[in-house]
Write a protein that binds this ligand. Structure first.
Ligand SMILES: Cc1cc2nc3c(=O)[nH]c(=O)nc-3n(C[C@H](O)[C@H](O)[C@H](O)COP(=O)(O)OP(=O)(O)OC[C@H]3O[C@@H](n4cnc5c(N)ncnc54)[C@H](O)[C@@H]3O)c2cc1C
Ligand code: SF4
Length: 568
């Protein structure tokens, strides 16, 4: 039997840096991934497969979640995902959901690491400072820029975070002319337009091909390898060392542990046969909800409430990215010929953001705000058509009326959109556990997700959406609207295994090693006690590189110390 130093559960942004660093350092690594091994040649742009059949996620009747929400009277509504269609899976394949991301990348800012100190407590929320600072993370953000490949251009703005390098290693991708319209509108309004950093290579580099501007980025796999997904960017290189084995189509259902050590991982192989693997160190990176589920399902006599749950904190403080989205329409009839021509340029990215209100002041107090990304509506014609199904009064359209509306949408106008990202307050009311009464196709209890959005999330989201709308208005868009709600975006999920220095109130220590267990690390987004007001993936990658260093230091008999948090 092959011996492994490290066994990693999952293969996404939280897993791949550990596999990459440890295998290159000479350790023998095994990656266990429940999804298939898909590569560039498998990623066709099949709209029906993506929009209507969700081919990159499990079938809900075979693998699902139980979802609980609060009714207006405080009682709990419970539905299974198979009944409701509420899908909390992201991307199940080697490389995880990073295959399907749009690659809008922002670093967290120094203030995100000390939310509690900077803004004080929030009633009904469990806001804390991180046990590490931006300075601790900065070298790892830089590493991700260079190894995963982040393109962009640094510009001065009020919330530009400190950097150890002057600019991005890759220049921005090809920009759509509307980016110039956006810059002009921002200049008029006195806002600082920011070129959005992207985990997309503008040209061939790092052993991968550059972007072909397919226009199908978010929700689709990348056929060139330009997108900084975990497989193309890191796992293929880990595999090339000859010391990293990647097993696809295997589902890990339990970890064995004695009082202080994980001793084995149990999984079902591609043929459904139960298997066991041992290793010196185990890393769980199965995405926030599934990592927590695995740790609960690994309960035993030493850990009767689940691994890492002696203090009842496992699964608590589940967070999502708060905010929402909005849009405006550019009517060709209102534009001159040059503008129409510019607007029709296909393929190029908008790549513009605003972080003007990352912190703002309201009623005499400082409020943590967030990020707004601007983009065109997704090119997928199915989703574009679905937007047009109802008239302005909410009536379902069909026949000639629908035909006319679709014709107008596709040939006489273009939708310009925005996405708002702000903090989802961590609370006692939003968490993951398991539901013993609902099992998946392997007979394993499924994850149960209790959802709750704090009112502050919506207040801040609306504030930012109004600012975004003002830019669209200035640009000349019409039919401007936004939708900010407490509905969680399932693709941006974190928390559940909060890291911290106090073992009573956290699941992981500052190195993301489980308190009380010497050889178990959790390296996906579940470690995050708060989310920052940016999409998560750059932070997940960066932290997993940091965890890789901590594992290597521990294997060499040294510990890294993060007890002295530097103020940034
Ligand atoms: C459509 C879309 C667009 C996005 N756009 C952006 C964006 O623009 N910017 C951004 O920052 N982020 C974006 N994201 C989010 C980003 O993809 C995720 O935050 C990130 O990839 C999460 O990484 P992870 O390692 O925590 O989890 P995942 O990538 O989900 O990896 C977990 C892996 O573990 C596997 N797994 C789960 N359970 C088990 C088990 N028991 N045994 C074995 N394997 C298991 C899963 O199959 C999966 O492959 C987007 C996501 C989607 C879906
Ligand atoms: S080729 Fe470019 S636009 Fe197409 S999926 Fe890859 S990164 Fe996105």
């Amino acid at each position: 039997m092959k011996q492994y130093d490290i066994c990693i559960v999952g293969s996404g942004a939280g897993a791949s840096p550990v596999a990459y660093e440890l295998s290159r350092a000479g350790y023998r690594v095994l990656v266990l991934e429940k999804g298939p091994y898909l590569t560039e040649k498998d990623f066709t742009k099949d709209e029906i497969a993506v929009s209507r059949r969700s081919i990159y996620t499990p079938r809900l009747r075979e693998e699902q979640h139980v979802v609980e929400t609060y009714d207006s009277d405080g009682s709990i509504d419970r539905v299974t995902a198979a009944e409701s269609g509420w899908n909390f899976w992201n991307g199940s394949m080697v490389g995880g959901s990073s295959n399907l991301m749009s690659g809008y990348f922002h670093r967290m800012k120094p203030v995100d690491f000390r939310l509690r100190s900077a803004f004080g407590p929030v009633a009904g929320a469990n806001v804390v400072d991180w046990p590490i600072s931006y300075d601790d993370m900065e070298p790892y953000f830089t590493k991700v820029e260079q190894l995963v490949g982040v393109s962009g251009r640094v510009v001065e703005h009020p919330f530009q975070e400190r950097r150890s390098t002057k600019d991005f290693p890759f220049p921005p991708t090809w920009e759509q002319p509307i980016s110039g319209w956006f810059d002009t509108a921002c200049e008029t309004l006195g806002y600082h337009s920011i070129p959005t950093p992207r985990a997309v290579l503008p040209f061939d580099a790092l052993g991968r091909s550059g972007c072909s501007y397919s226009n199908f980025c978010g929700s689709y796999g990348c056929a060139t390898g330009a997108k900084g997904n975990a497989r193309a960017a890191l796992l293929e290189k880990a595999k090339a060392t000859g010391r990293c084995d990647i097993l696809p189509n295997v589902f890990v259902y339990r970890l064995d542990a004695d009082r202080q050590h994980v001793t084995a991982a149990h999984y079902f192989d591609a043929d459904g046969r139960p298997r066991t693997v041992t290793a010196g160190t185990f890393v769980v990176a199965a995405q926030a909800i599934e990592s927590v589920r695995l740790l609960f399902n690994s309960r035993n006599d030493f850990h009767p409430d689940g691994l890492g749950n002696a203090n009842g904190q496992l699964g608590k403080n589940l967070i999502f990215s708060a905010g929402g989205s909005g849009q405006g329409r550019f009517e060709f009839a209102r534009l001159n010929e040059r503008q129409r021509f510019e607007l029709m340029t296909r393929g190029a990215f908008v790549n513009r953001s605003l972080q003007e209100w990352y912190v703002y002041h309201q009623n005499g107090r400082a409020v943590k705000g967030g990020t707004i990304d601007f983009l065109f509506e997704h090119a997928n014609p199915v989703s574009r058509a679905l937007r047009e199904l109802y008239d302005d009064d909410g009536n379902l359209l069909w026949g000639r009326k629908l035909q006319a509306r679709l014709e107008h949408a596709f040939t006489a106008s273009r939708i310009f959109a925005f996405e708002v990202f702000n903090d989802w307050m961590p609370t006692d009311k939003c968490f993951v556990s398991v539901d013993e009464s609902v099992k998946d196709k392997w007979g394993v209890p499924v994850g149960k997700i209790r959802l709750y959005g704090h009112p502050q999330d919506i207040e801040v989201g609306n504030y930012l959406a109004e600012k975004a709308e003002s830019v669209l208005r200035q640009m000349g868009a019409v039919e401007i609207e936004s939708d900010i709600s407490s509905a969680p975006p399932p693709n941006l999920v974190a928390g559940g295994c909060r890291f911290g220095t106090d073992p009573e109130h956290s699941v992981l220590d500052p190195n993301c090693k489980m308190h009380g267990i010497d050889n178990l690390y959790v390296s996906d987004a579940s470690f995050m006690p708060t989310g920052g007001s940016v999409p998560y993936t750059w932070t997940i990658y960066a932290n997993a590189f940091r965890v890789a260093d901590a594992i290597m230091a521990a294997l060499k008999g040294r510990e890294t110390g993060y007890n002295n948090v530097k103020d940034s």
